[in-house]
Design a protein around this ligand. Structure first.
Ligand code: ZN
Ligand code: ZN
Ligand code: FE
Length: 747
């Protein structure tokens, strides 16, 4: 019997070709009815039998457009209405609460094929369709419509318009639709000349790249700098030009098979590499690229082409792999403006490629790493932002300003948290501008007006100062409580849990620097059960650049000046007088804040074994320590876990190992295993006493793959339920989500 059904689909279903897809499924199955975009999804009305309904839902679930994602499908019978045919109803009911803005999507295979066959799109690098192309980076306002994107200045040619209006065409309502007749174009700035012929641009680009050239290229969310990743001379020149001393460069391979020649790739890693989000994936190196690409690390940050131009460059040259690093100087945000790129990047690059469509929202390449077969996001930007995190709680009207160093902010819309793209280190003036501008843009785009602001407790964070300047109630949340809350939110947990935050720094309730917290907590509150014992940080902030100071502090704490007798290698180049001064400063408590930060402990060990005494970029010492681990070594060191966790015995054993000339790769393995043991031992103790079985892990230290994988595995072996991050970063970029949740629960 034919009845009328109303089907509601929620999820990312707008701006990704969902309505035309529904239309085609209905037509192919001879069904009458309608489809309409609503506030939080798509509503379909169908005249059909129960069987036809089930078949329809099945097809929708299994064949949905690749860039869409369905959260739920609900249906119910409604009053019988008669339809003649199937139609797309013009959206009338889009109100303030519409929040799904699609992230940018890598060019699809159909478009790559069209690039070879469609006369008006042969080698046309701005090709796109309803399944692919720019989205967030060009959207100025909602609803998502060409007029409200930076494509508005391009008037569609008759052929593009035909596709755009033909419901059966795969470019139906593809807002950025374009071709070589009517769409955006590249321009190559080389010396004093400008090349506008599109074919010549590709020729010149490949010629330059093959001959040691360095080129700035405008990408989706900003400029990137490219050069041949197999040519050491060029890569080391780029390093000098970019004033980037030690941080590895990301690289783009021509295709997955070439990539597999240089890096080890498992199934989950391949899936991330090939996903439409096309992130940079951290992989174990197999064959060395130019040494200056990753400077001694055993990992490669690798990605695959995602813009049509990338495909053209590889296709028209025999390049296998190029460096593709953010187009910025040092820690500034990636450049998005054409003139600025020509002026600033033009100074250091041999050529600059711009195009005449504006980037409205800046995004950088996203960075992920696979741990225990799950994707973990280190930098959440292109392809990921601004996808919302769905919550069980209403968080409407809350603005969370995030932390400081790897900042992201977060806004609450009903039951969704919208986390901004990676912003960066707010201490940089240009980054701070990017931050305040982005908050403005999000307010407009998502029709958001805050009623409460929530920040970190740290009074000096620029994100805190930003909030204080607002004329609104401000809530403060402890840094590591926010870390744990962010991971709980990801998993929809709302109960007391064991929260373990291993992290660099964050201000604690007692005024000390926290960062190795074992909590019992929920969203509202926490109690600190134990932590790594405090150690003075001689020189305060200086220690992050000079890990040897922290090593000295640990040694002095545990055995006074006895370490002078050990003839430690890492102290050989440091004048004894300077070391004495540090001991004196510790003794007199001059500029020696106390820290329980796990990151500092890793710093100290990396320095103690003389692996990294001075750090050239954020978290270099822990990263180097991780990269040398001998994974075959399952031994560990002693430690004490009483009221606080002490590593006195650990340090004594490490010094003994150094005296015995045990390789540092073994010492590193034993140290990492020790931390795993600490987490297990303390978790067991807390479980026994408080009868809690859910363990939530968060904090920057969990970017350490060896540590994370082993802690998770060992906890599971002990029958704990373990919750780790996979949708948002475990580092400070995830903090804002936790702040939001804590604020919502305390409100
Ligand atoms: Zn496409
Ligand atoms: Zn056209
Ligand atoms: Fe943190």
């Amino acid at each position: 019997m034919i009845k009328t059904y109303k089907i509601e689909i929620q999820g990312l279903v707008q701006g990704v070709g969902f309505r035309p897809f529904i239309y085609r499924v209905a037509i192919e199955n001879n069904l009458s009815g309608s489809v309409e975009n609503r506030n939080d999804g798509v509503v379909i009305i169908l005249d059909c039998t129960k069987q036809e309904l089930e078949k329809f839902i099945n097809i929708v679930q299994s064949n949905a457009p690749p860039a869409s994602s369905i959260d739920s499908i609900k249906f119910k019978e409604i009053e019988k209405t008669e339809f003649h045919g199937f139609e797309i109803v013009k959206s009338t009911s889009i109100s303030d609460s519409i929040t799904d803005v699609s992230p940018d999507i890598a060019v699809c295979n159909d478009c790559l094929l069209d690039m070879k066959t469609q006369p008006n799109r042969i080698d046309y690098p701005f090709i796109n369709c309803t399944n692919c192309g720019p989205r967030f980076t060009i959207i100025q306002d909602l609803p998502y419509d060409r007029e409200k994107t930076t494509m508005q200045k391009f008037k569609m040619c008759p052929e593009c318009n035909r596709e755009y209006t033909d419901i059966l065409d795969r470019r139906f309502h593809a807002q950025p639709v374009a071709c070589s007749v009517c769409g955006p174009e590249y321009k190559l700035h080389f010396k004093d000349s400008k090349i506008t012929d599109q074919k010549l641009i590709i020729d010149k680009t490949t010629e330059l790249l093959k001959n040691k050239g360095i080129i700035a290229i405008k990408g989706l969310g900003g400029f990137f700098i490219a050069c041949d990743a197999l040519c050491e001379e060029t890569v080391s020149r780029l390093r000098k030009l970019k004033a980037r001393e030690g941080k590895p460069f990301a690289v783009m391979f021509s295709d997955i098979n070439t990539l597999k020649q240089y890096a080890k790739v498992n199934e989950a890693e391949e899936k991330s590499l090939l996903s439409l989000k096309r992130p940079i994936v951290l992989l174990k190196e197999k064959v060395k690229l130019a040494p200056s690409v990753n400077l001694g690390f055993d990992t490669i940050g690798a990605m695959l082409p995602y813009m049509p131009l990338h495909y053209l460059i590889f296709e028209k040259s025999d390049l296998k792999v190029i460096v593709l690093t953010s187009g910025n100087i040092s820690d500034e945000p990636i450049i998005t403006n054409n003139d600025k790129a020509v002026n600033i990047l033009g100074e250091i690059c041999d050529a600059v490629i711009t195009y005449n469509r504006d980037i409205h929202n800046r995004t950088d390449d996203s960075v992920v790493c696979i741990m225990n077969s799950k994707e973990r996001i280190f930098r959440r930007s292109r392809g990921y932002a601004p996808s919302p995190v769905k919550l069980l709680t209403n968080v409407n009207g809350i603005l969370a300003t995030g932390a400081e160093l790897v900042n992201c902010f977060c806004i609450g819309k009903d039951n969704q948290a919208i986390l901004s793209q990676h912003i960066g280190d707010l201490k940089n003036i240009e980054t701070y501008e990017f931050y305040t501008e982005s908050i403005k843009k999000y307010k407009k785009l998502f029709r958001f007006e805050p009623s409460i602001i929530v920040t970190d407790m740290h009074p000096d964070y620029l994100s805190t100062r930003y909030a204080d300047e607002y004329d609104l109630p401000v809530m403060k949340v402890q840094h590591h409580h926010a870390h744990i809350a962010s991971c709980m939110a990801e998993h929809g947990l709302d109960e007391q849990v064991i929260g373990i935050a291993l992290d660099g720094t964050g201000l604690g309730d007692d005024g000390n620097i926290w960062g190795s917290e074992f909590f019992i907590c929920d969203y509202k509150d926490y109690s600190r059960i134990t932590h790594f014992e405090y150690v003075p940080l001689p020189g305060g902030d200086k220690v992050t650049h000079e890990p040897w100071r922290t090593a000295v502090s640990y040694l002095y704490k545990y055995n006074g000046k006895e370490f002078f007798n050990h003839n430690l290698e890492f102290l050989k180049d440091i004048p004894k007088q300077n070391i004495e001064l540090i001991c004196e400063a510790i003794e007199k408590k001059i500029n020696c804040p106390l820290s329980s930060g796990a990151g500092r402990l890793f710093d100290a060990v990396a320095a103690l074994i003389n692996l990294c005494t001075v750090s050239k970029f954020h978290a270099e010492a822990p990263m180097r320590l991780e990269s040398i681990i001998n994974e075959k070594n399952k031994d560990s060191y002693l430690f004490d876990a009483d009221e606080v966790i002490s590593f006195k015995k650990t340090f004594t054993e490490i010094i003994n190992d150094l005296k015995k000339n045990i390789p540092i790769s073994d010492i590193s393995a034993k140290f990492h295993n020790t931390i795993v043991n600490v987490v297990i031992a303390v978790s067991l103790k807390i479980r026994e006493k408080h009868n809690l079985n859910k363990v939530v892990l968060s904090g920057g230290t969990f970017q350490n793959k060896y540590l994370s994988e082993n802690i998770e595995k060992e906890l599971i072996k002990c029958d704990f339920q373990v919750f780790t991050h996979s949708k948002i970063p475990t580092n400070d970029a995830g903090i804002a989500l936790g702040q939001l949740m804590v604020a919502a629960s305390r409100k």
